[in-house]
Design a protein around this ligand. Structure first.
Ligand code: ADP
Ligand code: MG
Length: 331
């Protein structure tokens, strides 16, 4: 991918960031459903930007408006200062798009499909092979698109968005259909693109992933942006407690609740879980009482921030919003 097109030089350190995507007051309504409600945001060149939010929050609609695939009712979008709507052919070589429901050329193999996409953009044969390899589809190059598994098709869709070496890449839930191994492999591809100075705008349901990859995220709830910031700042500013997990039998619930600084004690799975905002103090106390052998701690994460925020804004109970794919993270 990198050999296809040289990237325009990224701004030198210290110079203010330049804008890749500018969204100003964008709204979109379907019947009586306000899918996107007066959204404004700015994404910088070279930034890895994540759009998060519950199902139906308006993420796909917003991304498709940015891509120029849908028209906003009101407001404006520019990519590198140019409007993507109506269809702007000057922008097409500079942007890569993977939509949530991707279309493929029928009766073609993975390699033929990608070669066709590449030909549309004037990308080289070498770029096709390199891109197929980067999404680990070299072995499937001669497999018909219809015969690929869901995850393989997803990776082919991502490859189709990358093959022409675009500066700005939009990916709508690219890791949704991937198994954990393929998901991690894609992280490395995306990190590589970011390291080359490309701008990535993507949606995801994986909070751990957004925390690991994104420079900044926006959380969209009911069509509006609830917050935009770096994952680090969001977690730091949150009131979410840390959790200490003790093997059961080491302390009883009353003893644990009596420790100064412990806000709440619950039994979850095989652990006694102590919630606290003064983890150091509570750890010392636990150490004095039973020792720290087998004690695990979990500090607040982006997932806590997200669950707290979406529960408050949608009025849903927190538990109901827990992402089943992330249950391994729950204490
Ligand atoms: P997300 O990607 O966050 O799940 P979407 O942008 O797909 O959200 O959808 C936002 C809202 O708009 C949802 O209520 C959805 O049902 C509705 N919606 C999306 N696309 C259409 C459409 N083409 N026609 C009617 N309603 C739509
Ligand atoms: Mg969507």
């Amino acid at each position: 991918m990198s050999e296809v097109q040289a990237m325009p030089s990224t701004p030198a350190e210290g110079t203010p960031p330049t804008t890749a995507v500018h969204v100003q007051g964008v709204s979109k309504r379907y019947g009586d459903r306000q899918a996107v409600d007066n959204v404004s945001l700015e994404i910088h060149r070279g930034e890895f930007f994540g759009l998060l939010g519950p199902n139906g929050a308006g993420k796909s609609t917003l991304v498709e408006i940015m891509e120029g695939l849908r028209r906003a009712d009101t407001g404006s979008v520019t990519l590198f200062g140019e409007s993507p709507w109506p269809r702007n052919t000057a922008l097409l070589p500079r942007i890569g798009v993977q939509t949530q429901s991707s279309a493929f050329f029928v009766r073609q193999t993975a390699h033929e499909h990608l070669r066709t996409v590449a030909a549309l953009f004037g990308a080289s044969r070498a770029a096709v092979d390199a891109t197929l390899d980067s999404v680990a589809l070299t072995e499937q190059r001669d497999v018909q698109v219809e015969s690929l598994s869901g995850g393989q098709r997803q990776r082919l869709a991502i490859a189709s968005a990358l093959v022409h070496g675009p500066e700005l890449i939009f990916l709508d839930e690219p890791t949704a259909a991937l198994d954990p191994q393929a998901r991690r492999a894609l992280w490395e591809v995306l990190r590589g693109l970011k390291a080359e100075g490309r701008t990535i705008v993507y949606t995801t349901h994986h909070l751990d992933e957004a925390e690991a990859l994104c420079d900044r995220i926006a959380i969209l709830v009911n069509g509006s942006i609830a917050v935009t910031d770096s994952p680090h700042n969001l977690v730091r500013a949150s009131a979410a407690p840390s959790r200490l997990m003790l093997p059961l039998g080491r302390l009883d619930e009353h003893e644990a609740a009596a420790i100064s600084g412990v806000d709440r004690v619950t039994v979850q799975g095989g652990s006694l879980v102590l919630e606290t905002r003064t983890a150091g103090q509570v750890l010392s106390a636990v150490d004095r009482i039973t020792g720290l052998d087998g004690v695990q701690t979990r500090t607040a994460s982006l997932e806590d921030v997200y669950l707290d925020l979406t529960a408050r804004l949608t009025g849903a109970p927190q538990g109901a919003r827990r992402n089943p794919q992330n249950t391994e993270q729950q204490p």
